[in-house]
Write a protein of this length. Structure first.
Length: 730
């Protein structure tokens, strides 16, 4: 009774919190020490860190620590400081900075860890999005059940230059970065402003970030100009993604020194196909023509179809500055108003471009096909060709439609063959992704006057099918030559993850579409059925984008795997060497094997594949950013009216809406929705009004107004026009 009375007395006097039994408290203490590997704490510090306020619990901390030490679970030094004896795991990975409070670390493949590691902001050691880091993984999982860790070292910075707007005060300045995943402003001494004025766009380079400093220090290395101007904003995007502003002088001079004339000795070493009717088909504003198609009827009634590709590697030799620059860029980048080429103009638009009425050096796949588009024979090798006609897509389609004009008969037969090739692909499991593509009409100052949704017609599909056929034929030729043992560059696409597909099926269901997820070819059939169903519907764009995101990412690799999306056992990129470095790699290896060469070691080629895949992603991100910038600018200039839209995403902070008319996406902030207080139902991706029980969810058709646009952040703020989604309450 006395002990019980004492306990009551203590509890009444200064206790707060729940009293834990010894086992619970020991587990809590051990978890804390394990998750602070390498640090030492005394009993008071442990109690304080664990926020143990109850006097009984406090008094139990030190005895428990001694028991844990006696059991070998923790170690104790002579000063009665305790530390964990449990060895943590150390990994390397890449930072994916989600928000200012925490980040995820994606472990390197060598660690065979499927789960990303959560790291709180205080443990980031100033690591930034994309940085390669060394992480200590805590032995015990966090309260949310996730694997957590702590950054020990930034191994390699992804970037140390940022684009942003400079804010200048009398004594100091800051650059506010445009990059959304850079959550700290960058301090700049007034002596490092490089003449920048308040509110101008600049490029700032990080120079120092001491461990105790909240903000890094940098210096301005380029002044871009006044925020909001077209040229300034495009240059900002280029700088943000590390794209080059000009072509270096040395490779340009190398290109200019190449003679125009093709030596007769070179022609003598190639298959001469200059007498075969040949033409190119490209966008009306294209200047670099990678590919041409030749056509003729053979004596046996079959067709000879030639796919002729610019022989870039004849001009770009290994160990030259041209080669080094092409490798560094790895791809041409297509922004809304310009192309940043992989090769200098002398090559891309001149020597290599398959311009009409000029002899050109080419690398070709020549097919003998019957009327059913069955390939009877194929030949691969270097050629010399002569294009008789340059078609824009619109011209070629018109000649097919009207059955008149240059080469209309040839185009018509090629179109029929292409349709049969396409049908065979889909019959064998190819996925039909017809993504919506928007192009802006710009005036001479770059201001968007309007936008056009690009339409894919038969002529586009004609070119696509014959390019796919050539790429597949080259890949299969090399693979079958030595059962896949020869080093080669493949374009691969893994089978989709069933769990991600099921998540996508859940999204599609919210739009009223059922998808039956199964193994093997049934996946392709289900996806193709959906793609057919949504053509022309408001949800087409969002579902196509979500479907693509649910797929694995295509990549370059030396591993001879297949391509799920195309349903090809082996596939490569052979047809665009003017704008893609991997195609140059393919040409070099292909000729090496045609000349009887032995297989080189794959390591160097695999490194080049990884580099090319990274550069491809950078280009795609930059292209998207330039489109988003023009979308924001277009909506800033657009008529002040109500727009119909469709909800494409729901988060706790906002509702994303794609405007049907313009394909531009903006956000309605939850904080601005004043008709009710909304709770976020994460599992079902929806908001629920606490009073009205109104449901706002993915796929809802809504009417919105544009309330604000921010060019710097490339965001569009919306509000519901009547603050009421058009779907009925459920």
């Amino acid at each position: 009774m006395g002990r019980k009375s004492d306990k009551k007395g203590q509890r009444g006097k200064k206790s707060s919190g729940k009293v834990l039994d010894t086992a619970q408290l020991a587990k809590k203490i051990l978890n804390f020490l394990d998750n602070h590997y390498g640090q030492e704490f005394n009993a008071k510090q442990v109690a304080k860190k664990l926020e143990i306020r109850d006097s009984l619990n406090k008094g139990s901390v030190e005895p428990i620590l001694h028991k844990l030490a006696a059991a070998g679970s923790v170690s104790k030094n002579p000063r009665n400081y305790f530390s964990s004896t449990k060895e943590p795991e150390f990994i390397e990975g890449v930072v994916d900075y989600v928000n200012p409070r925490f980040a995820f670390i994606k472990p390197d493949a060598k660690h065979n860890l499927e789960e990303d590691i959560l790291v709180k902001e205080a443990d980031m050691k100033h690591a930034l999005d994309g940085d390669k880091v060394r992480v200590m993984v805590y032995p015990m999982r966090g309260q949310n059940g996730r694997q957590e860790g702590k950054v020990l070292e930034v191994i390699e910075r992804m970037r140390d230059e940022f684009v942003g707007r400079v804010e200048i005060s009398p004594r100091f300045a800051f650059v506010v970065p445009d990059f959304r995943k850079m959550h700290q402003d960058i301090f700049v001494h007034r002596g490092d402003l490089l003449g920048a004025e308040h509110n101008q766009k600049v490029v700032v380079k990080l120079t120092e970030w001491r461990e105790d400093d909240k903000n890094p220090t940098g210096k301005i290395i380029r002044v871009l100009g006044k925020s909001g101007e077209h040229e300034v904003e495009i240059h900002s995007i280029m700088a943000e993604f590390g794209l080059p502003f000009e072509y270096p002088e040395e490779p340009v001079q190398e290109a200019e020194a190449i003679p125009d004339a093709i030596p007769q000795s070179e022609i003598d070493n190639r298959r001469d196909m200059r007498d075969v009717p040949t033409f190119t088909i490209d966008p009306h504003d294209a200047k670099d023509f990678d590919d041409a198609i030749s056509y003729r009827v053979l004596d046996n009634g079959n067709y000879e179809i030639g796919v002729h590709i610019a022989d870039v590697t004849h001009y770009v030799k290994p160990k030259t500055s041209l080669e080094r620059e092409a490798y560094e860029r790895a791809t041409s980048v297509y922004l809304v108003d310009r192309t940043i080429p992989m090769l200098p103009e002398r090559l891309s638009n001149g020597l290599c471009s398959l311009r009409p009425n000029e002899d050109k050096l080419t690398f070709s796949c020549v097919f003998e096909m019957d009327e059913e588009a069955k390939v009877m024979n194929s030949w691969i090798g270097r050629t010399v060709t002569h294009s008789n006609r340059r078609f824009a897509y619109e011209e070629g389609q018109e000649n097919i439609d009207k059955q008149s004009g240059d080469f209309y008969q040839e185009l018509t037969i090629l179109n029929e063959l292409a349709k049969k090739l396409r049908k065979k692909r889909f019959d064998t499991g190819a996925v039909n992704f017809e993504t919506v593509e928007v192009k802006f009409k710009l005036d001479e100052k770059g201001t968007p006057l309007g936008l056009v949704v690009k339409e894919r017609k038969d002529i586009h599909k004609l070119i696509e099918e014959f390019m796919l056929l050539a790429n597949r034929t080259v890949a299969e030729f090399i693979y079958h030559k030595n059962k896949g043992k020869d080093t080669f560059v493949y374009r691969t696409h893994d089978n989709p993850d069933i769990e991600r597909l099921e998540t996508f099926a859940g999204f599609a269901k919210r739009f009223g579409h059922e998808i039956k997820i199964a193994e093997g070819p049934q996946i392709s059939k289900a996806l193709n059925k959906l793609m057919d169903e949504i053509i022309g519907k408001p949800e087409q764009n969002i579902l196509e984008q979500l479907a693509i995101r649910s797929m694995a990412k295509a990549k370059y690799t030396t591993e001879p795997k297949g391509h799920f999306g195309l349903a090809f056992s082996h596939y490569t990129h052979f047809t665009s060497p003017i704008r893609r470095y991997p195609d140059m790699m393919v040409h070099r290896l292909l000729q090496h094997y045609l000349d009887g060469g032995k297989s080189p070691q794959s390591d160097d080629w695999e490194d080049k594949c990884l580099h090319s895949s990274d550069r491809e992603k950078r280009a795609a991100d930059a292209e998207r950013a330039s489109i988003k910038y023009k979308q924001v600018e277009y909506m800033a200039l657009a008529e002040d009216k109500d727009y119909e839209g469709i909800i494409t995403g729901v988060t706790e902070w906002g509702v994303y809406v794609e405007i049907t008319e313009t394909k531009c996406e903006g956000m309605v902030k939850v904080s601005e929705m004043n008709d009710d207080y909304y709770d976020f139902d994460e599992k079902n991706m929806r908001l629920i009004g606490s009073k009205t029980k109104k449901i706002i969810t993915l796929g809802d058709k809504v009417v919105v107004k544009v309330v604000a646009t921010d060019i710097n952040r490339r965001t569009i703020d919306l509000e519901f026009a009547d603050n009421e989604p058009t779907r009925k309450r459920r």
